[in-house]
Ligand binder design. Structure first.
Ligand code: FES
Length: 111
């Protein structure tokens, strides 16, 4: 699998999240003008969809029990401390968001 277009950049406002279905559910998070992150959309705590969470700085906070994930490393930050979540290469080109599930940026296992 290679990079694939998953959404148009203008469909996702800065600070927002959206779920896209690839071979696994992915949560896109737009942190800045051309800064979009792709994280597995299943919380490693009890499996809630992460796209329902809140973006705070460079982290995503799960809506269920407030586990917080670093969007660069997928590691949990603070309490509750839970397992890391996979994060994937995500780029913006020509107004489109592309994700490559073959280019995982950490070694976390999907929940
Ligand atoms: S399911 Fe995400 S913090 Fe509990």
């Amino acid at each position: 699998m290679a990079r694939e277009v998953v959404a148009a950049l203008d469909e996702l406002a800065v600070g927002d999240t959206v779920q896209v279905e690839l071979a696994e559910p992915i949560c896109l998070v737009r942190l800045g003008e051309a800064d979009v992150r792709a994280i597995h959309d299943v919380c490693s705590h009890q499996g809630q969809p992460l796209h329902e969470g809140a973006v705070e700085d460079d982290t995503l906070v799960c809506a269920a029990h407030a586990a917080r994930f670093d969007l660069s490393t997928g590691e949990s930050v603070g309490i509750p401390e839970v397992a890391a979540v996979p994060v994937y290469r995500c780029v913006v080109e020509n107004g489109e968001i592309l994700v490559d599930l073959d280019d995982q940026l950490n070694s976390a296992e999907p929940a």
